[in-house]
Structures are given as structure tokens and as C-alpha cells.
Design a protein around this ligand. Sequence first.
Ligand code: MEV
Length: 431
Amino acid sequence: METIAGFSKLSKSEKIQWLSRQVENNPDEFLDVTRFWLKNSDEQKVFDEFSENTITNYYFPYGIAPNFLINGKIYCIPMVIEESSVVAAASKSANFWLSRGGFKAEVISTTKVGQVHFEWFGKKRKLKEYFEAQLPKIWEALEPLCVNMKKRGGGVKDVTLVDMTQSLENYYQIKVTFETCDAMGANFINTILEEISNILKKDIDATQLNVIMSILSNYTPECLARVWVDCPIEDLADPAHQMSAEDFANKFLKAVQIANVDVSRAVTHNKGILNGIDSVVLATGNDFRAVEACAHAYAARDGQYRSLTSAKIENNHFVFSLEIPLSLGTVGGLTTLHPLAKLSLNLLQNPNAEELMLMTASVGLAQNFAAIRSLITTGIQKGHMRMHLLNILKQMQANRSEIESAKNYFSDKTVSFTSVRNFLNSMKITQ
Ligand code: MEV
């Protein structure tokens, strides 16, 4: 492969041409990436401008999980995810809880955080005095930057000095807490932090203070949602379980306890929750990397990585809950620019950020319920493999009648690439 200077200056077609000369296999197929462009060039331009050096679009399925009863209201939830079975699992869970009171959810807190990280080489007392003297100036300088956010009920909540020298020599922070209302708030937070950093650097001997960086924190343990489902144990009776309601409840409880004490299981367990969470976060144009990073840090908040969900049985009553930090926005950023994010928010009845937190958390809990239910009853492969079978058949270019025969044949058999190939070959021989 060649190196290139000024790749970003090439037009989209020139970029594709250049790239096709770099690939050894199927350059023509590569030239054909234009087939994924949107027909409407204005709409395509919107996508091109989300990022840099874009040459085409990468499609993901956009599915819907209907019948989500959350705090007494019904929602159809949009989910963007490529993994088969996730939307089906969420829908199944939503249906299961629909007749059992649905999902109950609350926002516990909505505070976000940012930090100015700096070194101070002078006496601690002097820094404290200097910070206290600067504080009124900081609040005054932030005033004009907060006008719009204040109008919406948000703004800067607190500015504090944190001594971090026990962890790292000469290291301190200015920790700022924010309320960003319906915006995820990254731009607002970073602007405020940089302003504070500029004020800090003013009127001070530069040899004493060294600002390292100013940036929001994606760890938002105080932007927290809680969602739960509950019912008398006997309501868990479900013919699909192939076990008594009581056995089901006890085994379910054990499965959650295992994820609470064993990190290997906890990661997979939480991954399942995030299958649901990420797909809603993506569908609504939010930042799934931020949500993921934060969720995992939160899962390890007491020093051990644990399950994000918990389950209990009290007086024959089953309660299953999820507590998860979710920094989401319903205004600004991609939420207003991406046509499908807008569509998703519309489908969700144009929620505010807190309502979106509740819906997203509910899908996470639904997903975990479905996964555990499969794992402790039929096993996960049954449902997965039904979808997997279709994918394999598509890859092997099976026709309609072969697909129908394969679905029947594999209804009680193990699906693998080899077994499907053998089945298709045997069909061809007998035809
Ligand atoms: C698969 O994407 C997710 C599961 O593995 C989650 C779990 O094991 O709980 C099914």
C-alpha cells in the first residue's frame, strides 16, 4: 500500500479511485461502494459531513421492539443493532412484562462532571488561597456562557478544588459539576472548562501552575437511572420456561448472583444489557462509546466488576432491577442532524433526556431478563441459531424452498456452517 499526502483534499470519487488502486482483491467491487450512497445528494451530504474522509455509508439494521410498558405508557422502541436475536429478545421481554405491570423507572440524578487537570508546584495553602480569590472571577466569567443553559434550567452547579497529590505528585483538579438538561452537554461543558482554565492561568507565576488539560468526564455516576420489574413469583409461570415459577425465580436469582461475584460472567451479563442500551443509544443519535465506558466503570465502582442488575425475592415477590448511569441528550448534536435519530425521537414521542434515560434503561433490563431466561431454561443457542440459520442460508444462497426445508429440519438439530452445507448438498443430491 502507498502512503498519500493530502488524502482529505481529494474529492469523494478521487478518494475511492485512489483506494481501489490500493486493494489487491476486487478493486472493481471497491469502486462500487458508491452503491451505498443515498440517492438524494443533499441527504448524502448530511451523512458525509458527520465525519471526515467519508467515502460511503455503512448500514446497520433499524428494528423496532413494540409493547414496552414503561411507567404506565406504551412505547415502540427503535433499536439499531446488527446482532440477530436482540430485538426479538427485547420484544419478547416487553410482551412478558406487559401483562405483569410493565417497567417502572425513575431518574435518580442528572449531574455531569468536568475537570481541569493541573499541576501546582507551590505550597498547598497558597493554591487554596489563590483558588478562593479566583472563584468570584470564575463565576462572573461563566455567567455569559451559561445564559442559554440557565434559560433551560441548567448551568454550572459547583466549582471545587480537589487535591490529588496522594495519587500523583503535584496533581490537582478543578472539578466542575453541571446540569445540562436535555443536551448531552459535551460542548457546553468543555467550553466552560477551558474558560476556567484560562482564568486559572491569569495573574499567576507560570512556574507555579501547569494546566495539563480540561475535559468533561464520561464517568457520570450521578446521571443515574433505575428501572425495575416485579411480580408475585407465581406470575412468573410461563409454559415456555419448562420449569415451575418457583424454580425459575430461584435459578434466575442465582444467575444474577453469579454475575455479581464472578467477573468473567459479569462482563458477558453486562454485555447483554448493553446490547439493549447501545441499540437505543445509537437509534437516537447518542454517544454509545461514552455510555459503554461509563457503564463498565460504574459496574466496577466498589473495586470489583459486577452485574449492573440485581434480583431479589421477598415474601414470594420477585424484583429485578437495573441501575445504570446514562448521559443522553434529546437536543443538539446528532439527535437533531441525523434523519433517523430524529425519526426515533419522534417515535418515542419526543422525550426529554430524563424520559429517554428511562426508556433506554428499560430496554437494558428487558434484554438482561430475556438473556437470563433463555440461559436458565432452553439455553441461548436455540433462539440465536434460528436467526443464525437464516444468515448461513443467505450466505449459501439457498432458495426459498431450501430455506423452508432447512427451517423444518433444524428445528430440533444443532446449527453449524458444516451441518447446513451438508443439508443443502443432500437436498441437491435428492432433487
Ligand atoms: C449475547 O450477545 C449476549 C448474552 O451472552 C448475554 C448473557 O449471556 O447474559 C446472551
